[in-house]
Design a protein around this ligand. Structure first.
Ligand code: PAF
Length: 284
């Protein structure tokens, strides 16, 4: 695995791949890798000839008072995991390379970013889209893989690519879970033992919603009520939103159809967690 810290070095690698006629797959990450990230690599590898991964904790997507400073980092471990999964090029830029002094142009999403995560984290998706746009320009991928757990992020990246006519295929890869159902996330590292037990409430609530749907319930508010009832069994979980939405712009729906997304965000102790399932697919 090659590792690059500068933009010219990365661009040199990209040029070589293109010249050799190789299709490039890309997995952007903020590091502290887990099996969820590595499945994105597997998917990129399956679809392309050369896989690039970035590890960059993007300051622009963290609001004041969020966890930028304590976001978990372990580059040596990330390096070993990425190499073990046959990443070809690891890009680990300095913040100054991505945001040189005086940089002021941003990629500002539309109203789809104002709902759900965007409502609680103003500016978050501007930060995400700006860095993803920059990384797409640098890596020029044919395919980029994103995790389903951050479904609003994946939806917005897809919209950016569509609205700006970008020739990159966005692939959303199902969430990887612990055996008890907890969605893998770098932020799970913040959970103490008691919070970790309570955190399973999110996936349990999603499962309850999916069970209700599988049993024939189509009324979104009844399914949301089933989710809330299950979540109430986990007193350490404080829900922020529980909603059924359509997949294009994440508007709430009244009727739950196959493909409708059940989303949940909650605080467990001081940790904020999100999770979702797609009706008809369940907790894969
Ligand atoms: O999902 C993440 O880890 C980040 O939001 C991303 C896409 C790497 C952009 O910083």
């Amino acid at each position: 695995m090659l590792e690059f810290t500068t933009i010219p070095a990365l661009r040199g690698w990209v040029f070589e791949q293109r010249t050799a006629g190789r299709r490039i797959g890309f997995v952007p990450t903020m590091g502290f890798l887990h099996e969820g990230h590595l499945r994105l690599v597997d998917e990129a590898r399956r679809r392309t000839d050369a896989v690039a991964m970035s590890v960059f904790v993007n300051p622009l997507q963290f609001g004041p008072g969020e966890d930028l400073d304590r976001y978990p980092r372990d580059l040596p471990r990330d390096r070993a995991l990425a190499a073990g999964r046959r990443v070809d090029a690891l890009f680990v830029p300095e913040a100054a390379a991505i945001y040189p002094p005086g940089a002021e142009v941003l990629v500002v999403p539309g109203a789809t970013a104002d709902r759900w995560e965007g409502a609680v984290r103003p500016g978050h998706f501007t930060g995400v889209l700006t860095v993803v746009a920059k990384l797409f320009h640098l890596v020029a991928p044919d395919v980029a893989c994103f995790g389903q757990k951050d479904i609003q992020q994946a939806t917005l990246v897809r919209r950016m690519v569509r609205d700006l006519d970008w020739p990159v295929e966005i692939v959303v890869v199902p969430t990887v879970r612990e055996p008890d159902g907890l969605a893998l996330s770098s932020r799970n590292a913040y959970l103490g033992p008691e919070d970790r037990q309570q955190a399973v409430g999110l996936s349990a609530a999603l499962r309850a919603g999916h069970d209700a749907w599988t049993a024939g319930e189509r009324d979104a508010s009844a399914i949301e009520a089933a989710m809330r009832a299950r979540l109430a069994m986990f007193p350490g979980v404080r829900p922020e939103y529980i909603s059924l939405v359509e997949p294009e712009a994440l508007y709430p729906v009244a009727e739950a159809l196959p493909g409708t997304i059940a989303m949940i965000a909650a605080r467990v102790g001081s940790t904020r967690l999100i999770d979702n399932i797609i009706l008809g697919q369940g907790l894969v």
